[in-house]
Design a protein around this ligand. Structure first.
Ligand code: HEC
Length: 199
């Protein structure tokens, strides 16, 4: 019975010829009104501008854009950590604090990895995108792995060469992302004055 009413109401609604004459009893009229609500009003709302689903989609789109923005900013923060750690690494090795050097090497590596995880693909100002993962692998394998080996051997000379080469790989990634003006050098002073021994 209810099913028949719904079917009927839907077809009436579609044809725009719904009348009360067919349903004389009060009960029928009430149920018909309810059916009408579902069949006619809700779809109209769903398609209209006030569609709550549409509003939710818009809100989510905005949220994603905001998160993208945060990701870019936190990439900058993580890179500031990398700068801090990588510069401390230089002085830890210089003072032959090899365990501390190993620590800063690991921190450098994990923060570069985080930077890439937060935003694996960067948009270029000139248009197009660049995939950061291969650049991360290049510095891990071609720069940080030789630094690690030098630290394990406690070899200052090998360390120095590996460090200088890694600086070029830092710059290589900045160049690839259109940030070539970010060119790190061998630091003059240790950023941390609490962990590095005095000169
Ligand atoms: C995989 C790519 C990649 C590698 C490798 C990389 N960087 Fe970066 N670096 C970036 C990107 C991208 C930015 C810009 C972040 C932003 O502002 O959105 C950046 C920014 C920086 C900044 C500026 C941070 C700021 O906002 O003040 C410094 C300093 C920096 N990097 C140092 C280094 C050093 C040192 C190394 C090597 C040990 C290194 N980076 C390796 C991608 C990389």
């Amino acid at each position: 019975m209810v099913l028949r009413q719904i079917t009927q109401a839907l077809s009436d609604c579609k044809l725009g010829k719904l009348t009360m004459k067919r349903n004389p009893s009060m009960k029928s009229r009430l149920s018909l009104l309810m059916v009408l609500g579902f069949a006619c009003v809700l779809p109209t709302l769903a398609l209209g501008q006030d569609n709550p689903l549409q509003a939710e989609v818009e809100a989510l789109k905005q949220k994603v854009a905001d998160l993208d923005n945060v990701a870019v900013r936190s990439q900058s923060h993580m890179m500031m950590d990398v700068e801090f750690q990588f510069a401390n690494l230089w002085f830890a090795a210089k003072h032959e604090q090899w365990d501390l050097a190993a620590f800063f090497m690991r921190e450098t590596q994990s923060h570069i990895a985080w930077t890439v995880r937060v935003r694996p693909v960067r948009n270029l100002a000139a248009g197009g995108t660049v995939d950061l993962k291969p650049l991360q692998l290049a510095i891990e394998q071609g720069g940080l792995a030789p630094i690690k080996a030098a630290i394990e051997q406690k070899n200052s000379k090998v360390f120095r060469a590996a460090y200088e080469h890694t600086l070029q790989l830092c710059h290589g990634c900045h160049l690839a992302t259109g940030l070539g003006y970010l060119e790190p050098h061998i630091p003059k002073r240790p950023p941390s004055t609490t962990l590095i021994k005095d000169e």
